[in-house]
Design a protein around this ligand. Structure first.
Ligand SMILES: [Fe+2]
Length: 174
């Protein structure tokens, strides 16, 4: 276990998202400003230990978690937000790379592909894509809503249990 984890890219991305939330109008949006803050922050923290458990990069997993509802944030619409997010996320990553990449490290094209794929498919909770970051994101997205007290059933509940039961060796598959 290292004494200090490197989340410089993630933390800047979170701060960019906070600024974007602050500047957005939520008067006609499907979800509230407060939900975006809560969900972005808790998903991107919750995903880290589970990423480590699954042998994945904590930082890359946390970046996918931070960005997964970007389509919902930008359009205010739940419908097709995964598709919209995947289409818009490249612009966000370009901005990050241009403004902060030199100092904090860029998001590489390989990482961009992983993030975009996870954002595009994160709503498909009943399907197993076989892509580890995407499946981890779906599990954490489900767990986070469950832990915020939102009614959670079906594939969402199964996925939340997938993480909650890990320490007891009761990992489920969807
Ligand atoms: Fe989400």
């Amino acid at each position: 276990m290292t004494t200090r984890l490197d989340f410089r890219r993630l933390n800047k991305i979170l701060s960019m998202l906070i600024t974007q939330i602050e500047q957005s109008d939520f008067s006609t949006a499907d979800v509230s400003k407060e939900w975006h803050y809560m969900h972005i922050m808790s998903c991107s923290q919750l995903i880290k230990p589970e990423a480590g458990e699954r042998g994945l990069s904590m930082e890359l997993a946390a970046i996918t978690a931070a960005l997964h509802d970007y389509g919902l944030l930008l359009t205010g619409k739940k419908e097709n937000h995964a598709k919209t997010g995947a289409a818009l996320i490249g612009g966000f990553i370009d901005s990050y790379n241009t403004i902060f990449g030199g100092k904090r490290g860029i998001i590489t094209s390989e990482e961009r592909a992983t993030i975009t794929y996870a954002v595009l498919h994160h709503s498909e909770k009943e399907i197993n894509s076989g892509e580890p970051y995407t499946e981890l994101l779906k599990d954490v997205d489900s767990l986070d809503r469950y832990l915020h007290g939102i009614l959670t059933e079906g594939a969402y509940l199964k996925r939340a249990a997938n993480i909650l039961h890990t320490s007891q060796g009761k990992r489920n598959t969807v």
